[in-house]
Design a protein around this ligand. Structure first.
Ligand SMILES: NC(=O)c1ccc[n+]([C@@H]2O[C@H](COP(=O)([O-])OP(=O)(O)OC[C@H]3O[C@@H](n4cnc5c(N)ncnc54)[C@H](OP(=O)(O)O)[C@@H]3O)[C@@H](O)[C@H]2O)c1
Length: 327
């Protein structure tokens, strides 16, 4: 496993880290014993950074991570998020009283007295135009409740606005072969300001692993079933907001470029790591085998120029017209 500097924090984090949404919920049935085994595998594979949120299973994901931390001696940086427990997403909801309550709950779930990294969890765009929200986070740092803070955003424009605040250390954004726009402008600016970038949904909700087909079925409580059209939250969070059939077409194109001995998941993750501005990809993993597969991407050689331009060409043909201007 290789490590990269996380913003201006003192931490060097694993370039393949762990996304802990699925082990909390909204991805069909998950079993805590298997989730813990997946987390242990991550640490065994050299992962030292885990992304979670209070809302993932309403504390379930955070509590599993606390259990992992009790078991292991390794230094593990945990990034959590706040804001999505609001019954309705409004700018006013991101007030001091609500955020304080969310932070206290995460401290309890994670069994700690200080959160390593707190991220605003895809708040409404106008929150980025409210300096008082960031002033409050500064005070939380001074009070020793959080070490650092960052944001998780939907759109590039939100990312560009967020990094105007000097203490924003990280931006989490969807970045994968289907969602290439962040690399156009935002990456250069974040790199210049030494802001860490967490590439989320790196496998496009599992699509880029190459295992899905037109007949794949998803459980009723799996967002790949209930959020296909953005019914519950931003449609971009499910299969990157790319229509299912078009995604399958793209994956077949990728498959033709696959070097021998490399899994599709590794290939997709290695593509993300080709961008120096990215600190880490945070693939979700429900099982130890998935985690081991994903972590091995860090040991692969760089993708060839041919593969990089072929992926760009696939993107330009059918994906760019569908998503490039949206996020
Ligand atoms: N708004 C936000 O801030 C936000 C939104 C989304 C995600 N995130 C963060 O980003 C992380 C990653 O995104 P994501 O979990 O949505 O999507 P993802 O990483 O693109 O896909 C994860 C899913 O793909 C499947 N998978 C993973 N590795 C695999 C492998 N090697 N082989 C086969 N299947 C594999 C697993 O599901 P199955 O086995 O069920 O197929 C897994 O749950 C999340 O866990 C979360 O930490 C944040």
């Amino acid at each position: 496993m290789k490590y990269r500097q996380l913003g201006r924090t003192p931490w060097k984090v694993s370039e393949i880290s762990f996304g802990a949404w699925a082990i909390g919920g909204a991805w069909g049935n998950v079993d805590d014993t298997e989730s813990l085994a997946a987390l242990r595998q991550a640490i065994d594979s050299g992962v030292n950074f885990i992304d979670t949120a209070d809302v993932y299973g309403m504390g379930r994901s955070e509590r599993l991570i606390a259990q992992l931390k009790r078991e292991r001696k390794e230094d593990i940086v945990v990034a959590t998020k706040a804001g999505r427990r609001l019954p309705k997403q409004t700018v006013e909801g991101y007030n001091e009283a609500n955020l304080t309550g969310f932070i206290e709950d995460s401290l309890r779930n994670l069994s700690t007295d200080c959160l390593d990294l707190l991220q605003l969890h895809c708040p409404p765009t106008d929150v980025y135009y409210r300096p008082e929200v960031f002033g409050f986070l500064d005070r939380m740092m001074e009070a020793g409740k959080i070490r650092y803070y960052g944001v998780s955003v939907e759109r590039v424009e939100e990312a560009l606005k967020a990094i105007e605040y000097p203490n924003v250390q990280t931006v989490q954004i969807i970045f994968n072969c289907f969602r290439q726009r962040p690399a156009d402008l935002f990456f250069a600016q974040a790199f210049h300001k030494q802001v860490g970038i967490l590439a989320r949904v790196p496998l496009s909700s599992g699509m880029l692993t190459g295992k899905l087909s037109p007949d794949s079925q998803f459980a009723a409580d799996d967002h790949r079933n209930f959020n296909r059209h953005g019914e519950a939250f931003d449609v971009g969070e499910t299969f990157s907001g790319v229509d299912y059939e078009t995604s399958l077409w793209f994956v077949e194109g990728l498959r033709r470029l696959l070097p021998e001995g490399v899994s599709m998941a590794q290939f997709a993750l290695r593509w993300i790591l080709m961008f120096d501005a990215v600190t880490c990809a945070i693939p979700g993993g429900k099982r130890p085998s998935q985690v081991a597969d994903n972590c091995a991407a860090s040991n692969l050689p760089p993708l060839s120029d041919h593969a990089m331009s072929a992926i760009r060409a696939l993107y330009d043909t059918r994906i760019r017209p569908a998503v490039h201007q949206r996020w």
